[in-house]
Every structure is written in C-alpha cells, then in structure tokens.
Design a protein around this ligand. Sequence first.
Ligand code: BGC
Length: 421
Amino acid sequence: MSDAKKLRFPKEFLWGASTSAHQIEGGNHNQWSIWELENAKALAMQAEYKLDEMERWDDIRAAATDPANYVSGKVIDHFHRYKDDFDLLDKLHLNAFRFSVEWSRIEPKEGLWDGKAIEHYRKYIAELQRRNITPVMTLLHFTLPEWFAKKGGFEHRRNIKYFVRYVEYVMTQLGDKVPYVITMNEPEIYAVQSYLHAEWPPQKHSMKLCLWVLSNQLSAHNKAAKIIHRLNRGHKVSIAKNTAHYYLGDDEPMTRYATRLYQLLQDDLIWRRVVKHCDFIGVNHYFSNRIKGSAVKNPNNNTNDLGWDMQPDNLQMVLERLYRKYKKPIMITENGLADMHDKRRKWWLAHTLVALSGAIANDVKLIGYLHWSLLDNFEWAYGRWPRFGLIEVDYKTLKRQIRPSGRWFGTIVGKLRKDSW
Ligand code: BGC
C-alpha cells in the first residue's frame, strides 16, 4: 500500500501490539510449564505424523521434532528485558501494548501474595506510562497456578471465587494505572483445546466438561467485571474472544443454514452471556472459514505457516457485524499470522489497515488495533517454531531484530498518527 493518505484514523486510536506472559516472560511455573516438561518428548515424536502435511514442513521439521522446542524455559526472557522491548515499541511508533500478568507469580500458593511480583508489574506498567504507551492488561491468558489447577481449575463452580479474589487483589494493587482490562483471553479456545480436543492441559475429552468450563469462566468474568467496576467505574473491561469469519462455499440450503448457525454460535453463545459486563468487545481475529454443506472446507490456497486460511479483508465484515449487533466499541485485541520468512506479513497488514479504515468509515467505533505479536514467542503446543513477531527473536542469542514488515508497519503507523483527525 503506497497511499497511507487514503486511510483515516481518529487521533485517540490505539496502535499497538499484543503479548501474553507465559509466551514471552520466561521462568514461569504454572500448569503449562509442568505439562510442557511432561509432554515435550511426545509432542516432538507426534510432529512427524501430525504436522508433516504442512506446506512448510521442510522448514519446520528440525524444530518441530526437537523436544526442546516444546519447553518454554526462559523463552525470550522478556521478564528481564522488558525495557529494551518497550524501546522497540517506541521505534515502531506504537502507543498501546497488551500484556498479561501471570497469576502463578502473583499468587504462587493459595492465598499467598508475592509482593515482589506485584512490584515487578508496577514497574513494568510505569515504564509503559513513561513512554506514553497505553497499557491493556490481561488477567488470565491460559495459564493457571499449579495449586488452582490441582483444585480442578474452572471445572468447578466453587473455584470461581479464587479467580475473583485474584482479580480484586491485582486491581487494587495495579488497577489505577491501567485503563483497559481484559479479564480473560479466549475462554472458548481454552475450554475447547483443554477439555474437548485434549490438546492442552489437562487434556480431557468431554463435550459436557468443555461447556461447563466455558460457562464457569464466563461467570467468573461477570463477577470479576463487577468488582473491577466497583473499584473504579472508569475502567474499560472486556474479554478477548477469538472471532473467525464464516462464509458460504456454495448456494445450497444446507450450506446457508450451517454458515448462519456457525456464525451465531460463535458470536452469540459467549457475547450474550458477558456483554452486559463488558465496556467494549475484544476481538482476536486470525482466519476465515468457508462452509460447504455442514462442514468447514477452506480453499487453503493462501495459508500461513500454521495452515490457517488468510483473508484479512474479511476483518471489516467481522467488525461491522459485531458492532451492529452489540453497539459497543470494539478493540482488536489480537490479529496476525505465523510467517517465519516474513513473506506475507506486509501484505496481511496492508489489507488489514484497509479493512480497519473501511469499518471506521462505516461508523464502527473502533478503539484500536493490537497486532499479535510484538515479538516471536512460545506458541503453546506448537512450541517456538511459529513466528508471529513484528520483531524476530534469535532463540540462541535472544537478539531482537525488527522484521522488514515490522519496519514498514511502524513507518505507516507513524504517518497515520500524524495525519489522524
Ligand atoms: C492466543 C495467543 C496465540 C495466538 C496465535 C490466540 O488465540 O490468544 O496466545 O499465540 O492466538 O495462535
């Protein structure tokens, strides 16, 4: 896109990037880190037959078949290097940053608060503020303290109180400096991956349990949101929800019916339960799904390194649909792609910018765009090989280097912020 002039964004628009604690901090001890150590070998062995059909198999084989890939360990050591990483946000002209605080650091044992951990996050947030970067804080991004997981996590309604108590504690300690709060990231993905597909800890396989865990998380959000608002009505609270775009693969009645149903289930099942307790809608958008008959049948002629079908323009429809439905401002809390050779990221970003600007022109109230991710990071059960960063990280030296697409994005954002109205 040569013509940034045609794109118009409001002055207060948040331009940022998104991350999560476990994926970048390093040195965490939680239910995931325990699971990684127990499962690294198995995951490396399974890669041979689970991932070998991937278009980029030759590029990823070495990492994907190495058990070390599946252990987060010190990952990219953001815990100690955050100031340098924030300098890079500045270099990219970004004015917002989404991060998560790690529950297992803050409450390593039931009811025992770690003052040092809070102090760390206090300094962390202060560093963002010093740079005029708006913090968007997530309270739960897939990782649970070991003690909470041992109690069954969100499998039990009675455990919701522990999460709510943690939220109250964190907000009392850190809340005054954080305008935007995401109580939890993708409760639906967590429930499905951990309790239906059995791909993530605790690897259970039960539809009933999956729905129950989801339901408990949503109740936990509603309770937590009430407390956050009670502490300070000024906080803007939401969840971040994965939101695909579904579209018709043919004109058959079955396809029409199924597409509508998929979209309804995706948009309504969760938002209807929580929207009253949300000040905005948090959208994580990565892919589109084409429906034929009753199934997802994607064309797959333009996929990212994880095989996800890429149609970035569809983001505009996602935003317009959600805004029409819920009439709440929207924040794009995640959007991006795994692209190790940085061949498609610039194209993706260019189309995404047009989609955002189009949605704004059609009256969608858009708060901001947070790209996933600022830095290469630990991509859960896939480990380290998927590369989502605007900034490349060498896992041996931990050296950071802005990718060409990241540089381009930073330049455009700089211009857009100058030209904003
Ligand atoms: C999650 C991130 C993840 C990203 C890419 C989102 O669903 O919130 O943690 O890294 O997708 O898979």
